[in-house]
Ligand binder design. Structure first.
Ligand code: PNS
Length: 166
């Protein structure tokens, strides 16, 4: 389907965001400069046991993206392609940190394309200073009281400290 040039291009940046890191924020920020609107979509994933509730993850995302006017935060519990169609979006944006991400992301992009050929997946290479960063790494460091201020925004650091120190 050829899209009309005056239609805004809405991109969806999906993920677990448990919690959001500077690596995610880097991709969200760069995507917001390319696309008219970016919806950061948090998966309400019943099969994982997240540290933060869906509401907590969304609240943190709202806080750390508050200065980017064309970014919206939402939650979804659906096939990603169905959610994207409901939102009138056409693009999935994902960050690639290393070759190790490639196989899984290729699989997801291929499945999503099989499910809907109207949706394109765009990959952005993570900035090199965040190429090792993941939510799991941040949680591990924080659990043992290690330094995370270079890895996550202050609001996330505070929320992690509360989780682990009560
Ligand atoms: O941050 P994550 O956990 O790597 O994000 C994975 C996510 C949310 C992008 C992926 O699990 C997803 O899109 N889930 C929705 C269900 C779906 O559409 N699955 C089929 C495509 S693989």
């Amino acid at each position: 389907m050829k899209r009309l040039s005056h239609e805004p291009t809405i991109a969806v940046c999906p993920g677990s965001f448990d919690p959001v890191t500077y690596g995610h924020l880097d991709i969200i920020h760069r995507a917001s400069e390319v696309f008219d609107k970016v919806i950061v979509a948090v998966l309400k994933n019943a099969s994982k046991s997240p540290l933060f509730s869906i509401q907590e993850r969304m609240d943190l995302l709202v806080e750390v993206t508050k200065d980017i006017p064309n970014v919206e935060v939402d939650g979804f519990e659906d096939l990603l392609v169905n959610y994207i169609q409901k939102k009138n979006a056409h693009v999935i944006v994902k960050g690639l940190r290393a070759v190790s991400d490639f196989e899984y992301e290729l699989q997801m992009a291929s499945v999503n394309r099989k499910l809907s050929d109207k949706i394109e997946t765009f990959f952005m290479m993570s900035s090199t200073q965040y190429s090792y960063l993941s939510s799991s790494i941040v949680k591990q460091i924080s659990m043992f009281g290690g330094p995370i201020s270079d890895l996550v925004p202050e609001a996330v650091e505070t929320a992690l400290r509360k989780k682990f120190n009560g």
